[in-house]
Design a protein around this ligand. Sequence first.
Ligand SMILES: [Zn+2]
Length: 452
Amino acid sequence: MNLVLVFLLSGIIACSRAKSAYKPTPRLLLVSFDGFRADYLKTYNLPYLQDFIKEGVLVEHVTNAFITKTFPNHYSIVTGLYEEAHGIVANAMFDAATKKNFSQFNDVDPFWWDEAIPIWVTNQWQENRTSAAAMWPGTDVSIHNTTPHFFMKYNRSVSFSKRLENIIRWLNSSDPLVTFATLYWEEPDASGHQYGPEDTKNMSNVLQEVDKLVGHLVKSLKVSELWDKINVIITSDHGMAQCSQERLIKLDTCVEPWSYRLIDKSPVAAILPYNETYVYDKLKTCNPNMKVYRKEDIPDRYHYHHNERIQPIILVADEGWTIVQNETLPKLGDHGYDNAFPSMHPFLAAHGPAFRRGYKRKTMNTVDIYPMMCHILGLTPQPNNGTLTNAKCLLVDQWCINIPEAIGIVIGALMVLTTLTCLIIIMKNRTPSLRPFSRLQLQEDDDDPLIG
Ligand SMILES: [Zn+2]
């Protein structure tokens, strides 16, 4: 009988040890819906996205990198670097030393991307880890001689369903096991540009479509039994501001077009002047709704200075203003403006075994996403501008201090201590009796001394 008990107990102990020792390889899917402004989540009814958030975490506003454009911010998300550090400083660039040009139609030269190492490369340099990508900017480029093991050449006419189908198939491949995957979709950015974010009818339509894609994504992960095992981050690169024909800044009214080359366009225009002083002097008084900076005077908070690809003069339009040379308004919505504007911020939502459930916080930085992703995947991060501290509260395995909560706890504890101290002092000061001690007068026939 005793022997049977010993066997049973040892069996239970062995099972529980095996269970605690088993740790599945962490996996992560990073999804970007381009141009998804943070407050769309509050303005529009998006049931699939809200369901996703309910079971996971939400960061309401993500402070992205300046300039708030697509290529630079997508590279900041996957490197944790400001734009001056990772080298993708605009959607259109010119390198004076090599005379090379970069644009969204000419973006696969590794020269532009090699100043940083994105997470899909770091992931793949680790043993037994593989990356997969469906059209995230830069994933079809051989960065440091490495592309994701599975990837698609960028082609905007490929449907979301096709991209998702590939991602699911790659995630289901066990040899090699895909531990990091990324998925990109052009909406609601394209509609935001076309209609402007204040066109709530058209934006509502496109956001309903995007919401259905989120539903499609979650359903596909559930059907392939990945939903409970994989970590999913849904985020974006920037928001969108409403533009207007009434808010145009025409450079031709201030400076001759032959005196400079316009490298990148509104709302942060990159100017390569042929005579810097001449062009700067003309531009600096051009329009009160546009800030004009020489490269060395760009404010530190933009972290947009230390790179050869940043042009000698940059023009920063005020929110909702458009810089043109002599054209009419090119689009009703735009982004790229100061990253302090809430309209430029995207959101971040995440779900999976690494994330808490039902947790919300107000803000984090785009550059903090990278150290968080490296932590989840168990990768040693490359040097970066982010910090894991800002993301700790989102993660189940981290102890986090919420500053307002901590202040509340400290104030509460101080109040309790003060109350206790007061009570002790009051008790101490209370003498047993204010009456002076006097001997009880006992009557001769009284045999109970306590009465009287
Ligand atoms: Zn974008």
